[in-house]
Write a new protein. Sequence first.
Length: 463
Amino acid sequence: MTETTQETQSATAGQLLVVEDDDSLREVLTFNLEEAGFEVTAVASGTEGLEAYDADAFDVVITDLRMPEIDGMELLDRLVERDPLAVVVMVTAFGSKDRAIEAMRRGAFHYVEKPVNKRTLLAVIETAVEYRRVRRENRALKDGNDGKGPTIVAASPEMNAVMRRVDKVADSGATVLIRGESGTGKELVARALHDRSSRSGAPFVAVNCAAIPEELLESVLFGHKKGAFTGATADSEGKFAAADGGTLFLDEIAEMSAELQSKLLRVLETGEIDTVGATRPQQVDVRILAATHRDIEGLVEEGRFREDLFYRLNVVPLEIPPLRERREDIPVLVRAFMREQADREITIEREVDDALMAYDWPGNVRELRNVVERMCLLCEGDRLTAEDVPSQVHTASSNATPGSDAETLPFELPEEGLDLMDLERRVIEAVLDKTDGNQSAAARYLNLPRHKLIYRLEKFGLK
């Protein structure tokens, strides 16, 4: 199979509108996108772009930032005004990154720099098409449930790759182990798996195994009969029975005791639960999703987590990257949280976005939500300024001066710039070559947990 055929088959079909006043670049973009399987309409000006968008349904608009009359920024504003779900990708000259980031603040999905790299272009557009589809689904879900329940908001390629995998496995019935730091949104991903499955009409029940005392967790999960133990004054239905026909989400599964791990393994193998104090087992039909922020492979090696249970839970692994590795999501998350929490229309000054984008968010999305809520409550006018940003965010952002650690790099930064994701991929390839493909050894060399290395291998298509 040729490289061209592979690229064509891997692309996500979609309708694209290309707006580019440079004839040669417009032809190149059109050729590359059509070769990858997209349906492309190409026009030479912003005015023609608006007319084409009004006349047809497009998944993604790719527009040059600098054009005569209606430039890319104005075109973006008009498209978003016409269609709040419009997905726009900017093409910008090298060195114009600030304007491209400004466009993202105003609603653009992403940008690609000239000279346009074909591989980068296709990766961005495939993700943008998927993002458009997810936004439509989210809108439909919101309309269908009167806006009840949170939805996942994302603009980054990393998070949209997670949602593509969610779509693939949602209806499979397979157990899924969701990995990620605290606050990254593991329960939201679990809910998305449930909502997109054939079990969506049945209960979704969540249990935080770390928040319930060990001596009570068995009763909480499996239920108990009256008189089964001191204080059991009535029958109690457990979470497994409550989730019958639906989905049970076991958060922080690594905190479960060895005894309960054995009982959970039996449920996975037989579909039966042993209610505390009951004389016979009860059959349940429950899909189990689990999550942890711990290095569970390390716990298996230490004998603190059953290896057989780990393999039963890890049928489909899902890794949610921390917010600092998907900073493109920060502006869209901020605005989504503001719509939820503010009682009025509040605009955001550029300095606010700059500070929030520079902060590393150790508490991830949960911390970001709390910061946005605080800013909305304390904001006295209708505009968020740098003064509204909490001091800890300001301090950490100001200390993260780009290039301050340049002298510690093992190589010199090229004057013409570099592709960070390409550099990361090449480093991982080199380390795998150095370790003869041994993933555990490569993870140790890179000072990464093995599951985080595996996530990167999948992200770069190295596995």
